[in-house]
Write a protein that binds this ligand. Structure first.
Ligand code: IMP
Length: 180
């Protein structure tokens, strides 16, 4: 099993690139069937979701779609401020569109809860959420429960495949769990 050490913390490989690819393929197959006759607009939540989004949208079958990006922050340091700050705002019209938000991980659900409210206010026809990872035991907002999940994870801190630790290790091809 591969391990990494980052800023004094020890991480062990949890999902290999092959396991991730299998999870992504399963999500893409379901999504391709669900959106067969639609032209969805993917909204990729930066920074973390760029790796998952790149793999997911290329695994879709026969889907005509558009992709745009948004960068938000509801956290200051480790604590949530409860307000969404748009660091890179939405630059695409979502009015009357079938929107699929792509996240790296849904934790408390605050980010998704607020993003959905924002998109509803802008007139989105439908809004679904795809995330590589979901921590169900941490969810605090019912409407943030994701529609497409690569893999559920318990409360542990995970990194790699887009997920960072203090800005670093997003480039790892596997997902690693923090070990005490
Ligand atoms: P939420 O708004 O509480 O659902 O938090 C979502 C965001 O928290 C994600 O997009 C990540 O940036 C960050 N996050 C939550 N858990 C983890 C983790 O285990 N590793 C890395 N980032 C995480």
């Amino acid at each position: 099993m591969r391990t990494i050490d980052e800023q004094g913390y020890h991480f062990e490989e949890w999902l290999t690139p092959e396991q991730i690819a299998k999870d992504v393929k399963e999500v893409a197959e379901r999504m391709s069937a669900d959106y067969k006759d639609k032209e969805p607009l993917f909204v990729v939540v930066l920074n973390g979701a760029f790796v998952f989004a790149a793999d997911l949208i290329r695994a879709l079958q026969d889907i005509r779609c558009e992709v745009t990006f948004i960068r938000v922050s509801s956290y200051y340091g480790m604590a949530s401020t409860g307000r969404l700050e748009f660091i890179v705002p939405l630059q695409q019209v979502v009015d009357n569109r079938d929107v699929i938000i792509i996240e790296d991980i849904v934790d408390t659900g605050l980010t998704i809860h607020q993003l959905k409210a924002h998109m509803r206010g802008l007139g989105a026809k439908s809004i679904r959420v795809a995330t590589m990872l979901f921590k169900p035991s941490k969810l605090e907002y019912d409407d943030a429960k994701p529609d497409y999940v690569g893999r559920e994870v318990s409360e542990e801190f995970v990194v790699g495949y887009g997920l960072d630790f203090d800005g670093f290790v997003r480039n790892l091809d596997a997902i690693y769990k923090l070990k005490e």
